[in-house]
Design a protein around this ligand. Structure first.
Ligand SMILES: [Zn+2]
Length: 406
């Protein structure tokens, strides 16, 4: 009986702590450490916050949680459990949590801690005999909004949420099947999404699936003409194309990678060169201004220059300096952009190589590699060869144009 009372008291304390926005978790969420203030406001752990950001970015760029875990493990990055044990001195059995797992990545991608909100009381000890924590309904959460510094920008968070929705949606058939290409197909003539439909063949006694322009299906010929294509045919085209790309890359990986990087570097280099030149000119100018300032100041002291002119110089000088700072920032972001492109090229190459011998097209595969597929009209309508453009996430061999005749 006494024990029960104690449990109730603890629960009451927890609840009032939550309402006051006090961070009372035993272990801080990965990426944060508990603050030393009264509310123990989470503080960003700069050592691992970049990993959190990278996980969100990888997912947003189309890499599955399973593959994210594989990448982190391959790179030897300590899992949250291991990190807490080794670096932060938490108790635990590191053997059991040495590696990254898909589930914890999914969990991270949905943790609002990372955008600065503090969720509390999601779990509670239901019984003093049974210490399993039970997830509470979301309505029972006490959330302190904008409680601490976010690790993830709202923009990136939204992107991740959007992709999760996209993954969950797709178009499901009665059996719950989501076609691998669902959501990737766009009509070349009206820009509408292509929709999947099922057709029952009495002769074969089976369903077959096909895609067609969403506008055409909904509004008929008034908005767009038929872009009918059997799902099987399209699957084959896409799978063959992915394999062909993989083959080309494997045969000449270094050359392709270099070519891609060179192309990007060239573009970046021109931009950087121009910026650098401008910077140099600006620096020279500010140096000159400094000198003029000095002269003006001396002249002012000697009574040779009126005060307002002297102040005018100071204003001009500081404005110029601000502009210069802005340009330095711009230059720096251009440099990181180039670095990111290199990273994404490597990721893309690593991803596509996995599918060299892929027996069939999967949804994960499409997510990792493909941005969209543009479906052209049938020859009998357009009067020319049918065009199917597979636009890859990374423009590695430029956009491959796949033409085929029906
Ligand atoms: Zn259309």
């Amino acid at each position: 009986m006494a024990r029960r009372k104690y449990q109730q008291e603890i629960r009451a304390v927890r609840r009032s702590n939550a309402l006051a926005g006090i961070y009372s978790a035993k272990k801080a969420t990965y990426g944060y450490i508990k603050g030393t203030d009264k509310k123990r406001t989470p503080v960003i752990d700069e050592e691992v916050a970049p990993i959190v950001r990278r996980i969100f970015e990888m997912y947003a760029s189309g890499i599955s949680p399973k593959n994210i875990a594989d990448i982190l493990n391959a790179e030897g990055i300590a899992s949250p459990g291991k990190y807490a044990y080794e670096k932060l001195g938490h108790k635990g059995r590191p053997n059991e949590m040495r590696i990254w797992g898909e589930v914890s990545i999914r969990h991270m991608l949905n943790n609002i801690m990372y955008i600065g909100h503090l969720p509390m009381l999601q779990g509670t000890t239901v019984s003093y005999k049974n210490h399993h924590r039970q997830a509470k309904d979301k309505s029972e959460w006490v959330i302190t909004y904008n409680n601490h510094e976010p690790i993830i920008s709202q923009e990136l968070w939204d992107k991740v949420q959007e992709r999760q929705r996209h993954m969950a949606q797709g178009r499901k058939t009665k059996t719950g099947y989501v076609h691998p290409l669902s959501g990737f197909l766009v009509c070349a003539d009206c820009g509408s999404k292509m929709k999947m439909c099922a057709h029952f063949s009495k002769a074969k006694n089976e369903y077959s699936f096909y895609f067609n322009c969403g506008n055409h299906l909904r509004y008929g010929k008034t908005l767009c003409f038929s872009h009918y294509i059997p799902a099987k045919v399209l699957e084959e085209i896409v799978l063959d194309n992915i394999k062909e790309m993989a083959q080309r890359i494997v045969l000449d990986e270094e050359a392709i990678r270099e070519e891609f990087l060179r192309h990007n570097a060239e573009l970046a280099e021109t931009a950087i060169k121009t910026a650098k030149k401008e910077l140099q000119a600006k620096r020279k100018r500010t140096e000159e201004l400094s000198r003029l300032m000095q002269i003006a100041y001396e002249d002012r002291l000697k009574g040779k220059m009126p005060e307002d002119i002297c102040l005018g110089f100071i204003q001009k000088y500081s404005e110029e300096q601000k502009r210069l700072e802005g340009e330095i920032e711009e230059l720096e972001s251009k440099l990181t952009e180039t670095e990111n492109t290199m990273q994404s090229a490597d990721e893309f190459i690593r991803n596509i190589k996995k599918y060299l011998e892929a027996p069939k097209l999967t949804r994960e595969m499409c997510y990792e590699l493909i941005d969209r597929i543009v479906i052209g009209g049938l020859p009998k309508v357009t009067g020319k060869e049918r065009e199917i453009d597979i636009v890859y996430k990374v423009d590695i061999a430029s956009v491959l144009r796949y033409k085929f005749r029906k």
